[in-house]
Design a protein around this ligand. Structure first.
Ligand SMILES: C[S@@+](CC[C@H](N)C(=O)[O-])C[C@H]1O[C@@H](n2cnc3c(N)ncnc32)[C@H](O)[C@@H]1O
Length: 270
C-alpha cells in the first residue's frame, strides 16, 4: 500500500505559489506564512490525491486556468462573524438615522467572506429608523465562501451573538437534517446580492456609487501598493460625504486621498 508522503514546501515552490497568489489576488505572503501555505495547500492536495508540493506546482502549471480558482480559495483567510467589531454597527445606525434616513441607499461589503458582515448590515438597516430603500452588494474573490454566503445557512453557534428577538425575526431554526443550523429568512437574503469580485482587478465595474463601503480585515493582506490602488477605487465609488469602514486593525495611512477620520477605522470622503 502507498503511504502518502507530504514533504516540506521548498523555497522554490513556496516562491512560485506566493508570486502567483500576489499577481492574482494582491495577497502578500511573507516568509513567515510558509507553514500556513503548506497546511492550506495540503488540503487541496489531498482532494487531488497529490502527495508532493512539487507535483502540485507542476499540476498548477499544466492546469493553470482551471486550478487558479481552487488555489485562491484555499489560500484566502475567511475569518468573520456576525456583528464583528460591533461598535461599527452602532456607528452605521447613527449615520443611517442622522444623515441618510430619507434616501435610497447603496452599501458595498467588499471582502464579505461567508456573508455575516453583509447580513449584519442588512439587520441594522431593518432595525433603524429609516424610510428609504436600500441595496447591499457583497463581494469576494473566494468562490467557495460566496456559496456559503448565498446559502445563508450557519451553525447555530455562529448566530448566538445575536439577541433572541433578532434571531427570531431574521432566522429560521433548522429542522431534521438542518438541526443545529439557522437559516437567514428570505426577505433579508433578498436585500443582498453576492458576487465574485477581485479587488485587484483594474477593470471591475460595479454600477453606481455607494453611500457606505465596508472593507474590513481585507487590506491587511495587501502590501502598500495594492492598498493604495484599492483605496483609490473606493474613493471613486463613494459620493462626497460617503463613508468607508475599515477593520479595527486597519487605517488609511499614506494614500494621499482626502478622507476624513470619523471614528475608529471609519472615514468620510471630503
Ligand atoms: C478575513 S475576511 C474578512 C471578512 C469580513 N469583511 C470581516 O471583517 O469579518 C477577508 C476576505 O477578503 C477576501 N479577499 C482577499 N483578497 C481579495 C481580493 N483581491 N478581492 C476580493 N476579496 C479578497 C478573502 O477571500 C476573505 O474572504
Amino acid at each position: 500500500m502507498d503511504i502518502p508522503f507530504y514533504q516540506q514546501l521548498s523555497q522554490k515552490d513556496f516562491d512560485y505559489i506566493r508570486n502567483i497568489v500576489y499577481k492574482e489576488s494582491g495577497i502578500k505572503l511573507s516568509e513567515m506564512k510558509r507553514a500556513l501555505v503548506q497546511s492550506r495547500l495540503l488540503r487541496r492536495m489531498r482532494e487531488l490525491g497529490i502527495h508532493h508540493y512539487e507535483e502540485y506546482c507542476n499540476f498548477l502549471r499544466d492546469n493553470y486556468d482551471d486550478e487558479i480558482e481552487n488555489l485562491i480559495n484555499c489560500i484566502t483567510t475567511n475569518k468573520t462573524e456576525f456583528f464583528r467589531e460591533r461598535e461599527h454597527f452602532s456607528i452605521l445606525q447613527r449615520i443611517i438615522e442622522q444623515e441618510l434616513s430619507h434616501k435610497n441607499i447603496s452599501i458595498w461589503s467588499a471582502g464579505c467572506s461567508t456573508g455575516e458582515e453583509a447580513y449584519s448590515i442588512a439587520i441594522v438597516l431593518f432595525e433603524s429608523n429609516f424610510n428609504g430603500q436600500f441595496r447591499i452588494i457583497a463581494t469576494d474573490i473566494d468562490t467557495k465562501v460566496l456559496q456559503t454566503a448565498k446559502n445563508g445557512k450557519y451553525p447555530i453557534e455562529a448566530v448566538q451573538v445575536l439577541d433572541v428577538s433578532l434571531l427570531k425575526k431574521y432566522f429560521l431554526k433548522g429542522k431534521e437534517q438542518y438541526d443545529g443550523y439557522a437559516k437567514v429568512k428570505d426577505f433579508l437574503k433578498e436585500k443582498i446580492s453576492f458576487q465574485y469580485l477581485n479587488l485587484l482587478d483594474e477593470s471591475f465595474n460595479l454600477k453606481g456609487k455607494f453611500d457606505i463601503i465596508f472593507c474590513r480585515n481585507v487590506m491587511i493582506y495587501f502590501d502598500k501598493d495594492v492598498q493604495a490602488k484599492v483605496l483609490k477605487k473606493f474613493y471613486d465609488y463613494l459620493p462626497k460625504g460617503g463613508y468607508l469602514f475599515l477593520g479595527y486593525a486597519e487605517a488609511i495611512v499614506s494614500a494621499n486621498l482626502p478622507f476624513h477620520y470619523v471614528a475608529h477605522s471609519v472615514y468620510q470622503k471630503r
